[in-house]
Design a binder for this molecule. Structure first.
Ligand SMILES: C[S@@+](CC[C@H](N)C(=O)[O-])C[C@H]1O[C@@H](n2cnc3c(N)ncnc32)[C@H](O)[C@@H]1O
Length: 361
């Protein structure tokens, strides 16, 4: 028997749906405030400081009190800061690990650095929907490269060398003895520089097509004073096809590439027969239905895909168009096998966002 929908129910359903729509706008504006809190050093000011008034936060940050007060109130309303009463605000220790401390593996505030540029390209994406051709990473400007760095750099700086590499069979022994390493889609080079500092007898090569990322990588290298790293513009200096690399890495980039199958074949040609390839990519479920049902971050990831990953992977005609959630374990297994790799193992490093695959010839 059909139940009739009463006008009151319809009104309630519309109000609930409008709330769902505006919850997204709320997330967006709070994200903008996280960007400002990170860029202006407000979280750092609040870290370990106990309850502070807006005047104290403003004075310690060298900013205008009225603006800081509005920001603090919004952050408390969003549940990111605690309101201690009497006009005082606290950044609790857990929030400080996530928002204030770049040395913490849980730090994510740096991921918001690219947000303004990501939204800046929205008008250009209208054209992409019509033509099918997206924008490369460099369309996001230098801030785009910094935003990408903000996402994975905390993991590179805290866990890659001490936790992840020792769990890969035989890799650290080769790096200690003096091996040759390539990082494909190396971004701003943080992973490579961390590995180069830990293994001075090895030589490290980064391959990247983003001018902004390469410029930032050169600055990082100069600051770190590491001599055993070289960065290459992959458009003019592609991977050598002479089987020289002992170890290859690819962090969160295969799904962004216009021609990942071609790059995988090039990686295979560049590696020694006993070499190891560590692929870190988004922990995507094998189908849209599973992502819809079981990936709580799916909406955000499909959004990022349109803003950056899918856009980058379609930035040339004939692009593969994998996108943020397009490189599941199944796809990784099939594509690496097609590129000539015969062994594939999945590792777990307690990370809900990324999956870790070790691939060998
Ligand atoms: C999401 S970023 C990851 C960067 C870095 N691996 C990290 O984790 O910080 C993806 C990178 O892949 C690069 N990329 C895309 N296609 C490439 C290609 N064919 N060769 C080298 N790099 C590529 C992009 O320019 C971008 O910097």
């Amino acid at each position: 028997m059909e139940t009739e929908t009463q006008p009151d129910d319809v009104g309630e359903a519309i109000r609930a749906f409008i709330k769902r729509v505006f919850d997204n706008l709320s997330g967006l504006t709070v994200s903008g405030m996280i960007y400002l809190g990170h860029e202006l050093g407000l979280y750092r000011t609040l870290q370990d400081a106990g309850p502070l008034t807006s005047a104290e936060v403003a004075q310690r940050s060298g900013l205008h009190e009225r603006w800081v007060r509005e920001w603090l109130r919004g952050q408390a309303a969003a549940g990111l800061l605690e309101y201690a009463g009497d006009g005082r605000f606290v950044l609790p220790p857990i929030a400080a690990l996530v928002l204030a401390n770049p040395q913490s593996p849980a730090f994510v505030a740096g991921s918001f650095a690219g947000l303004p540029q990501q939204f800046n390209v929205l008008p250009r994406l209208r054209e992409s929907f019509a033509t099918g051709i997206g924008l490369p990473y460099d369309a996001l400007g230098p801030e785009g490269a910094c935003g990408v760095e903000g996402m994975l750099a905390p993991w590179f700086r805290t866990l890659l060398v001490p936790v992840a590499l020792p769990r890969l069979d035989g890799v650290t022994a080769k790096l200690e003895a003096g091996g040759t390493v390539a990082d494909i889609g190396c971004g701003t080079g943080v992973a490579l520089i961390e590995m180069a500092k830990a293994y001075p007898r090895s030589q490290f090569h980064g391959y990247e097509i983003s001018e902004h990322a390469l410029a930032q990588a050169a600055r990082h290298q100069q600051n770190a004073q590491v001599a055993n790293v070289a960065f290459h513009d992959a458009r003019t200096e592609p991977l050598p096809a002479d089987g020289r690399f002992d170890f290859v890495t690819a962090f969160d980039c295969l799904h962004d590439m216009t021609h990942p199958a071609e790059v995988m074949r090039a990686v295979r040609r560049s590696m020694k027969p006993d070499g190891t390839w560590l692929i870190v990519d988004i922990n995507a479920k094998p189908s849209f239905e599973e992502n819809l049902a079981r990936n709580p971050m799916a909406a955000m990831m499909y959004g990022f895909s349109v803003l950056t990953c899918l856009s980058s992977s379609l930035s040339q005609p004939g692009g593969a168009g994998l996108g943020t959630l397009g490189f599941s374990e199944q796809v990784a297994r099939e594509m690496t096998a097609a590129a000539g790799f015969t062994r594939f193992t999945r590792h777990e490093f307690d990370n809900p966002v990324n999956a870790y695959y070790v691939v060998r010839p």
